[in-house]
Design a protein around this ligand. Structure first.
Ligand code: ADP
Length: 225
């Protein structure tokens, strides 16, 4: 098995040395093998978003190392981190964060165009992804014309548009009613399994967490299995 993500001894302190200093991560470590889907469970404020941002190269830790696909990312220049983030990592948030003035199709095309793909190829891939998650017939609609569940499905397609190695999701169904949440989660899991992705998915929902390969908890700034 090959390693998709390795976090080793990650530390993060906000407002370091100032009044109100917050020691969020205090040596968090985790390894995800290729194809593994892991639930990240912790109460609000425990540091899940911080950990996901560090894993996805959106933020840098104060100490510790991040490897993606076996490549050490700590200390790499911004440009290398941005390139790795664009091609290796997909993000999904609680809110879809789709661009409102673009159609669903265009929202899924944009990351591919940013990655240098030809327009027609990007369009074909975007349409195929949208078809796969059942939003194909609505590809020309803007996000505001889609339901919450459809918006999240489009957000999944956008996250997977550049065929990343790793999906990082922060409460991806947390904004949906329970029925829709189940359905959309099924789509996400099927998509992840189909593509052989590794995923780290933060959730408060223990029922959803139980359907992943394993669960880690963030407790006192450490990850415990
Ligand atoms: P979670 O995702 O588990 O709710 P977060 O990672 O968002 O947790 O936040 C962890 C802690 O760090 C919280 O106490 C939060 O208030 C604090 N925090 C997050 N970002 C910042 C920041 N930029 N500056 C100061 N404190 C922050």
């Amino acid at each position: 098995m090959s390693e998709a993500l390795a976090l080793e001894g990650i530390e993060k302190v906000y407002l370091k040395g100032r009044p109100g200093e917050v020691r969020v991560l205090q040596g968090a470590s985790l390894t995800l093998q290729q194809g593994e889907v892991v639930a990240l469970v912790a109460p609000s404020g425990a540091g899940k978003s911080t950990l996901l941002h560090i894993a996805g190269l959106l933020d840098v830790p104060d100490a510790g190392s991040v490897r993606i696909g076996g490549v050490e990312m700590t200390g790499q220049p911004d440009r290398a981190r941005t390139e790795a983030r664009r091609s290796e990592v997909g993000f999904v948030y609680q809110f879809h964060h789709l661009l409102p003035e673009f159609s669903a199709l265009e929202n899924v095309m944009l990351p591919q165009l940013a990655n240098g793909l030809d327009r027609l190829e990007a369009q074909d891939r975007a349409q195929a992804l949208l078809n796969w998650v059942g939003v194909g017939p609505r590809a020309d609609h803007r996000p505001a014309a889609l339901s919450g569940g459809e918006q999240q499905r489009v957000a999944f397609c956008r996250a997977l548009a550049n065929a990343p190695r790793l999906l990082l999701a922060d409460e991806p169904t947390g904004n949906l009613d329970p029925g829709t949440s189940e359905q959309v989660f099924d789509v996400l899991m099927a998509l992840v399994r189909q593509t052989g992705l590794s995923a780290l998915i933060a959730t408060h929902n223990l029922g959803l967490a139980a359907r992943m390969d394993r669960m880690v908890r963030l407790d006192g700034g450490l990850l415990v299995g």
